[in-house]
Design a binder for this molecule. Structure first.
Ligand code: NAD
Length: 477
């Protein structure tokens, strides 16, 4: 007789492990199955986010930012340091330690739920009809468990270009780019999306010549155009060479180099690099997840089809996070995990995809929530805009962090906030003001009438909200 659980979560990333904890908190007998093997060869919970994504990249972004400040910006403060060096091996070891602390921490969280621990199971799970979950362990043995409810949280994997196969020595995916042993002289990046910009920034700050090849003619097309423009200006100053409208057709390994062929408006070009990062998006990791006859369907992009409550249509089977529609963001996955666990327990559960914040952890950071100006225009929504530059914010000037701006977009008639967009220092923390305001159906006037502490970077949000009605105090309207 196979063991029966109330809830089996397939995937232990920020969607899956959070869903499992919430289900166990609600008194449901819960297991969480995950196949990931960490750098030490042992099973590791936490998925892409904790092992090879959000957390390790932020560790490297911070190390490289400190080094860059030491070698470039501290002199403005009167601080000088001769012969500053970066020990890349020590930087990577610090990153690995942080990863281990957090992935190990999930096991502790699983045990620590009052009266009801989550059972972690290491291995690759396949869902069979009748909510039977077959698990192939890392020793090759296969075991079966059953569940009243199954939550599919299988996550995503990097898209591979057919002409640039990952070997994680010279041609790297996101995981490979987090583990380069020494700073490459020349780093090529295909795709100027979130991963390309973040990891390109890490190695640029450590001294690599970084060239980013982006197929689209517009830079950061998902972001608001004013924000993308301000960010592009800063990245250019930092020496990130971003080539737009560059269509890559070939990547050949020749000795210890990669020769990349691409075409731009002027014709065919070759870029020779020491390492090539391919960051052209991710795909749902649903290969091998479903046996025949489960009643769960995949769409044309291999994502599990779900309704607005993450239900698959097959009774008792749910799916969340990167393996379903919506943005591939850890926090969106976690919120869906909580909502589904609560729905299973008979509580209300819902995620508002319209107020999921986006953050790109470059320097300056980029963050937004809601619609861009272009999205408003395309949808025919009448809108008004207020902007405010960090260069006019006292705290930003005191911090030497004057790049970027805040932009508030509000409905032209109702004044309801449609979007809050930012580029600047610490905007990853400030964007939540917009999330809260939008969740409460706030107006630009609401933000404008709220007292903001002085001197803070958040005053830029206040002033941008005032600027919607052309009454910003510290700039001409
Ligand atoms: P992305 O979708 O952010 O960007 C991919 C870029 O590659 C796009 O600009 C696209 O136009 C370009 N591209 C695609 N094919 C190309 C080609 N053949 N040649 C040149 N350019 C090409 O994808 P990503 O950066 O790989 O990130 C994957 C996912 O991970 C994203 O959904 C992202 O949201 C998520 N992620 C988020 C964060 C964060 O929230 N800070 C960090 C890392 C990753």
């Amino acid at each position: 007789m196979s063991e029966q659980f109330d809830v089996v979560v397939i995937g232990g990333g920020p969607g899956g492990y959070v869903a499992a904890i919430r289900a166990a908190q609600l008194g449901l007998k819960t297991a969480c199955v995950d196949a990931f093997i960490g750098k030490d060869g042992k099973p590791a919970l936490g998925g892409t986010c904790l092992n090879i994504g959000c957390i390790p990249s932020k560790a490297l972004l911070d190390s490289s930012r400190q080094f860059h400040n030491l070698t470039h910006t501290f002199k403005d403060h009167g601080i000088s340091a001769d012969n500053a060096k970066i020990d890349v091996a020590a930087m990577i070891a610090r990153k690995d330690k942080i990863v281990k602390q957090f992935t190990g921490g999930i096991n502790v969280l699983f045990k620590g739920i009052k009266g009801n621990a989550v059972t972690p199971i290491a291995g690759f799970a396949t869902l069979k009809p009748g909510k039977v979950i077959s698990i192939k362990g890392h020793d090759g043995n296969v075991a079966e468990i059953t569940a009243k409810h199954v939550i599919l949280a299988a996550g995503s994997a990097p898209i591979e270009l057919p002409f640039a196969k990952f070997d994680n020595k010279l041609i790297l995916d996101n995981a490979g780019a987090l583990d380069i042993g020494s700073t490459p002289k020349r780093l090529g990046v295909i795709g100027s999306g979130v991963i390309g910009l973040e990891l390109g920034s890490v190695w640029r700050r450590l001294g690599a010549e970084v060239t980013i090849l982006e197929a689209l003619p517009d830079f950061l097309a998902a972001a608001d155009a004013d924000i993308a423009k301000a960010a592009a200006r800063e990245f250019k100053k930092q020496g990130l060479d971003i080539k737009l409208g560059a269509k890559v057709s070939k990547a050949e390994i020749k000795g210890q180099e990669v020769h990349v062929t691409y075409a731009d408006a002027t014709g065919e070009q070759t870029l020779v690099v020491d390492k090539l990062l391919v960051s052209v998006g991710r795909k749902a990791a649903t290969a091998g997840l479903l046996a025949e006859g489960t009643g769960v369907t995949l769409d044309e992009r291999g994502r599990v089809v779900v309704d607005e409550h993450c239900a698959t249509g097959a009774e008792g089977i749910w799916a969340i996070g990167d393996c379903v529609r919506g943005p591939m963001l850890a926090h969106k996955a976690s919120e869906e995990g909580i909502a589904v666990a609560e729905l299973i327990a008979g509580l209300p559960g819902h995620v508002n995809l319209d107020t999921v914040p986006w953050v790109i952890y470059t320097e300056p950071e980029i963050a937004w929530v809601g619609k861009t100006e272009k999205e408003c225009k395309d949808a025919g929504i009448p809108y008004k805009v207020g902007t405010f530059p960090f260069a006019a914010v006292g705290r930003a000037v005191a911090m030497n962090e004057t790049a970027g701006l805040v932009k508030v977009i509000a409905h032209a008639e109702t004044d309801r906030i449609l979007g809050l967009h930012m580029c600047g220092a610490n905007v990853s923390e400030m964007v939540h003001e917009g999330v809260v305001a939008m969740e409460f159906n706030g107006s630009a006037e609401d933000l404008a009438r709220i007292c903001h502490a002085h001197p803070t970077l958040s005053e830029a949000v206040h002033e941008a909200a005032l600027a919607v009605d052309k009454r910003a105090i510290h700039k001409a309207n």
